[in-house]
Design a binder for this molecule. Structure first.
Ligand code: AKB
Length: 315
């Protein structure tokens, strides 16, 4: 039985990844941790309060539970990172370094999400290749790119089993993302159902890749279960399933809520960030090396988001 540690489990990805992994490997096999108590994660499996910036405490949890795989999900996202770059570097890199070091000392595999934010304005815009110019211009992207290089380094130097995915904006209906540039693509659904209108901070014409949470969860498990001999990339994999602009998403929402209105109040920081990121990624290496294939596209995702949130919000 695999013993898995999730660090930073209370965020958007962790709050769904923990129950997903528990449903596959058994509740006792997945130890969720976060810097603060998370009632929903402690009810059906082990939970520990853990500050990811404390390597001694992380190592002690790993030893106590005989952990073999660490998922490090700790990160300040792109927009919030620009408000406090020093803190973003400290938190994002501190948690990653600790996960890699504890992983090295305790012979664990380490998964860390990277992001489309690891690319920058000089990267090719469309079908951005797996291996290309990166040069990110946000502190978040600089952390993600450095993290990719570090993961590669730990694999080459110490043989650590590092694996990673460059996530697009993740759309989910359980926990709201916080502080990201792609957050609009989640908020729009809540506001469309509650108020019939949404004010978007990202310009109407900016394309970004997005991924529906069920595909994101499956991708993580498929990558972690993949035959290591087939993995050529130990920094991070491009994956993709849909790319759209705010205007395209609004039009799709309008097919279900014809009176839905979208206004724009552009946040200059989000505009600069979103325009520096790719329009769409080429995910052929992930397809070849571990069989990645998305199941959700824009139409099905919008239909499912609206149906699920209507039930949740009782509208
Ligand atoms: C963000 O917008 O910062 C994140 C990401 C794309 O990594 N959702």
């Amino acid at each position: 039985m695999k013993k898995i540690l999730i660090v930073g489990a209370g965020g958007q990805i962790g709050s769904e990844l923990v129950p997903f992994l528990r449903s596959i490997y058994g509740p006792e096999s997945v130890v969720a941790t976060d810097v603060r108590e998370c009632k929903s994660l402690s009810e059906d499996g082990p939970f520990e309060v853990l500050d990811a910036l404390n390597p001694t405490n992380m190592a002690s949890v790993v030893a106590r539970y005989h952990i073999v795989t660490i998922f490090n999900l700790v990160a300040l996202l792109s927009a919030v990172g620009e408000r406090n770059p020093q803190m973003a570097w400290g938190v994002n890199m501190g948690a990653l370094m600790n996960a890699l070091e504890v992983g090295r000392q305790h012979h664990c595999a380490v998964f860390t999400p990277s992001s489309i934010g690891a690319f920058g304005p000089t990267s090719p815009k469309d079908q951005t290749p797996q291996d290309t110019i990166m040069q990110p211009t946000t502190i978040y992207g600089i952390c993600k790119y450095t993290g990719e290089m570090l993961s590669n380094y730990y694999h080459r130097k110490y043989g650590l089993d590092t694996r990673s995915i460059r996530f697009p904006g993740i759309i989910s209906n359980k926990t709201l993302p916080g502080g990201g540039t792609t957050d609009y693509a989640v908020e729009i659904f809540y506001e469309a159902i509650r108020n019939g209108r949404y004010t978007c901070a990202v310009p109407s014409d900016v394309y970004m890749d997005m991924l529906y949470m069920p595909d994101a969860l499956r991708a993580v498990v498929e990558l972690m279960e993949a035959d290591p001999a087939k993995l050529q990339h130990r920094n991070s994999f491009n994956i993709a399933s849909m790319s759209f602009t705010p205007e395209i998403l609004a039009a799709e929402v309008r097919r279900h809520i014809p009176t839905f209105e979208m206004e724009y109040d552009i946040d200059p920081v989000k505009e600069e960030i979103s325009r520096s990121w790719p329009n769409s990624l080429d995910d052929s290496c992930a397809r070849q090396e571990w069989g990645w294939s998305p199941k959700w596209g824009l139409e099905a995702m919008v239909e499912d988001m609206l149906a699920t949130l209507r039930k949740k919000l009782q509208k």
